[in-house]
Design a protein around this ligand. Structure first.
Ligand SMILES: [Zn+2]
Length: 142
């Protein structure tokens, strides 16, 4: 059973533009702390139309959405990484860019099993589910 939490969550309705998706994708692929300028350098290699301002705006939005964690290093430098949560994962609609949180007992079960059977404690799980949301499926069926 998968419980869709979108109705009780502020994530509902937020749109990930293609540029923002690239920014998020780079944060995910990098897998370590990045500051905005470093991130901009990586992103601009993939899409030269993305500006530093877009990177800053995207980071602000991702923070608001709870997709990333911000770490302050010193006075002016902030670093970012993808937020890891064992409680919920994210589904991203590749057509409209909507981000929806979901939780599934399968993951909870896996965390428990790995601990019991292998003695392994899980701190983070990276799972990004891409696909097509119900609204977009309905639209293409019309
Ligand atoms: Zn959609």
């Amino acid at each position: 059973m998968i419980r869709n939490r979108s109705n009780e969550n502020k994530l509902e309705g937020y749109i990930l533009t293609p540029q923002r998706q690239i920014v998020l994708e780079e944060i995910r692929q990098c897998g370590r702390l990045l500051d905005a300028k470093e991130l901009y350098r990586l992103v601009s290699q993939r899409d030269a139309t993305v500006s530093l301002a877009t990177v800053y705006r995207s980071l602000g939005l991702f923070k608001q959405l709870g997709l990333i964690d911000e770490h302050r290093l010193g006075k002016s430098q902030c670093c970012y990484e993808l937020k890891q949560s064992l409680e919920h994962q994210h589904m991203i609609c590749d057509r409209c860019g909507k981000v929806t949180e979901f939780e599934t007992p399968l993951i909870t079960q896996m965390v428990q099993d790995l601990k019991q059977e292998k003695g392994f404690t899980i701190d983070k799980i990276e799972l990004c589910v891409h696909g097509t949301c119900r609204e977009c499926q309905d639209k293409s069926n019309e």
